[in-house]
Design a binder for this molecule. Structure first.
Ligand code: NAI
Length: 328
């Protein structure tokens, strides 16, 4: 029998946590034959609710779930972690300036990065979901000098999935017909969903759509502002779709991309496509054998260049702000 994989989830008592944990425990994160042990990390006020979720997890009698432990100390929460999903974050509240938001999250992600550095397993893979996800990932990564930087990733898979769904609806096709879509840049309103290299049933997606006004005025803003539209409609932020994207991100990272396709992940830049080295920015990546590689050699047209540059400039500003705050 296989040794269980230790999966640490922060913010376990939150709404994404509630949508995420049951799918991890039922085998969707790593595979239907991979046993898991859950390590739930919360703040002290969240521990009781996390215990309630753990009771429900017990009551599902998932064959793959080999244990649940709950912590309010990151050093314990990340002990032996093979996969860490950093979901818990400090949301922006009314009147909060960006600097306050970055500082508040630095207070979470810096110690968590240090705890990962000191206590996680050697093969640790980290996905940051909590916003601002890219910069929180950068803070955690900078606090973990002994962990290879590329193990720290940020989630843009929800944006990727949103773009797939919008593009399928526009073209009257099915999401599984669409390949090679890319989200570039920051998980924020400046992100750039790129269909110029995408294919729909083997044809170039931009040519199938053949409508640059739709791209600029409908598609891109719909994908980029989808989070706000969900809040407006649901009265709460996206949770099940965010949890689903986190599952997809890690599943693809561990189990690989399909031949001829790629996905989008926020990862430390190696300087590709003019994105300054070290920024955690979304790229097109292929995954195999538990590692990822940036898809190289794509031609970037002017329409795309302007938008990628704008989102990357925002990431550089966020990096400079957290540097000034002494968080990296
Ligand atoms: P929530 O407020 O329902 O839950 C957050 C949980 O995190 C709470 O239970 C809280 O006690 C816990 N928490 C706070 N600080 C913590 C710490 N230091 N250690 C451990 N736990 C801590 O929020 P929700 O809806 O679950 O969202 C979580 C985050 O995910 C938010 O930052 C949200 O903006 C982000 N998000 C990111 C998306 C993406 O595409 N990257 C999509 C949707 C949400």
């Amino acid at each position: 029998t296989r040794t269980p994989v230790n999966v640490t989830v922060t913010g376990a008592a939150g709404q994404i946590g509630y949508a995420l944990l049951f799918r991890i425990a039922s085998g969707h994160l790593l595979g239907a034959d991979v046993p898991v042990k859950l390590r739930l990390l919360e703040i002290p006020q969240g521990v009781k609710a996390a215990e309630g979720t753990a009771m429900e997890l017990d009551d599902c009698a998932f064959p793959l779930l080999k244990g649940i432990d709950i912590f309010d100390d990151p050093n314990q929460g990340f002990e032996g972690a093979n996969v860490a999903l950093l979901v818990g974050a400090r949301p922006r509240t009314k009147g909060m300036e960006r600097g306050d938001l970055l500082a508040a999250n630095g207070g979470i992600f810096k110690p968590q990065g240090k705890a990962i550095n000191d206590h996680a397993a050697d093969d640790i893979k980290v996905l940051v979901v909590g916003n601002p996800a890219n910069t929180n990932a950068l803070i955690a990564q900078a606090a973990a000098p002994d962990v290879p930087a590329e193990r720290f990733t940020a989630m843009t898979r929800l944006d990727h999935n949103r773009a797939l769904s919008q593009l399928a609806a526009k073209t009257g096709t099915s999401v599984e017909d669409i390949k090679r879509l890319t989200i570039w840049g920051n998980h924020s309103a400046t992100q750039y969903p790129d269909i110029f290299h995408a294919e729909i049933a083997g044809k170039n997606a931009a040519e199938v759509v053949n409508d640059e006004a739709w791209l600029a005025d409908t598609f891109i803003p719909t994908v980029a502002k989808r989070g706000a539209a969900i809040i407006e409609a649901r009265g709460a932020s996206s949770a099940a779709s965010a949890a689903n994207a986190a599952i997809d991100h890690v599943h693809t990272w561990v189990n690989g991309t399909a031949a001829g396709d790629w996905t989008s992940m926020g990862i430390p830049s190696d300087g590709s496509y003019g994105v300054p080295e070290g920024l955690i920015s979304s790229f097109p990546v292929t995954c195999a054998n538990g590692t990822y590689e940036i898809v190289q050699g794509l031609e970037i047209n002017d329409f795309s260049r302007t938008r990628i540059d704008a989102s990357v400039a925002e990431l550089a500003e966020e990096r400079d702000a957290v540097r000034e705050l002494g968080l990296i």
